[in-house]
Design a protein around this ligand. Structure first.
Ligand code: FES
Length: 140
């Protein structure tokens, strides 16, 4: 009588990357973020693993998307406006202060958020960057 050794799970034998592209260590909880193509900021679109719990604006910048953030990410300028086209159900809803700032953003719709007010959550997010921002500092 022979006994067979059960095969190990495939993932156990695969090498793990030393770090994710955004500098997160393996094992860090991540959310797959897809950026839809934007003619200036991301012409071909982008998909990357964002660190769950981090500000979306920081993860976008870390991934090389040069989104504006004129107030240095304190929710006071609306230049970091994005549209969350998918995955918004996993996010905390906007509070009154964020809603007030969004009133000044260009092209606001029901899926608009300020990326400095959004903590990355959930399995996946699809983000569309607005064509324009309302950046008073750049209008001089
Ligand atoms: S960076 Fe100013 S509101 Fe987000």
């Amino acid at each position: 009588m022979t006994t067979a050794t059960p095969p190990s799970p495939p993932s156990a034998s695969l090498p793990r990357p030393a770090a994710l592209a955004n500098g997160a260590s393996p094992g860090t909880a991540t959310t797959e973020v897809t950026i839809l193509p934007h003619p200036d900021l991301c012409p071909t679109g982008l998909r990357f693993a964002a660190r769950t719990g981090r500000k979306l604006v920081d993860e976008l910048l870390q991934a090389g998307v040069a989104i504006e953030h004129a107030c240095e990410k304190v929710g006071a300028c609306a230049t970091c406006h994005v549209h969350v086209r998918s995955g918004a159900d996993a996010l905390q809803p906007a509070d009154d202060e964020e809603e007030d700032q969004l009133d000044d953003a260009w092209g606001v719709d029901a899926q608009s958020r300020l990326s400095c007010c959004v903590q990355v959550r959930g399995p996946a997010l699809v983000i569309e960057l607005p064509r324009y921002t309302k950046n008073h500092a750049r209008e001089k």
